[in-house]
Design a protein around this ligand. Structure first.
Ligand code: 5GP
Length: 128
């Protein structure tokens, strides 16, 4: 796994150097709308810490960060009104996972019916 790049775009958003359309923030997480939405609702949730990917987060984040972060993911989806109709969460890890930004993040997709199969997962730059 490569080292964390402090100049990645999400690190810059966290530092307030780049704007974002914020939907939620607490001590563990920041959530904002994806710049290139692949669903009517497409929100990213990022932890407030230097984690390259899901693998890095899962291996190194302290328990309170893990709990706080995943509670934030659930809260964001609930506050966006997605819970009753359903939504999809995705974390891309590494090249085969299609990860483009190397600061761990969860995609929340909602607002439309998504296919059950994994064959047509939303991909960056492409509608399902
Ligand atoms: P992944 O790394 O999981 O492939 O996806 C990165 C996501 O970040 C993409 O869906 C892309 O549209 C989004 N993204 C990239 N740069 C920016 C940015 O500057 N602002 C926001 N809001 N989203 C971004």
């Amino acid at each position: 796994m490569s080292a964390y790049d402090r100049n990645n775009v999400f690190a810059r958003i966290l530092r307030g150097e780049l704007p974002c359309k914020k939907v939620y923030e607490d001590e563990f997480a920041l959530a904002f709308h994806d710049i290139n939405p692949l669903a009517p609702v497409h929100v990213l949730v990022i932890p407030k810490g230097e984690y390259v990917s899901q693998a890095d987060f899962g291996a190194t984040a302290p328990p309170e960060m893990m709990t706080g972060f995943w509670r934030a993911v659930s809260k964001v989806a609930r506050d966006l009104g997605l819970e009753s109709e359903g939504y999809r969460i995705v974390a891309n890890h590494g090249p085969n996972g299609g990860q483009l930004v190397f600061h761990f993040h969860i995609h929340i997709f909602g607002g439309r019916q998504m296919s059950h199969g994994m064959r047509s997962m939303p991909k960056p730059g492409r509608e399902e």
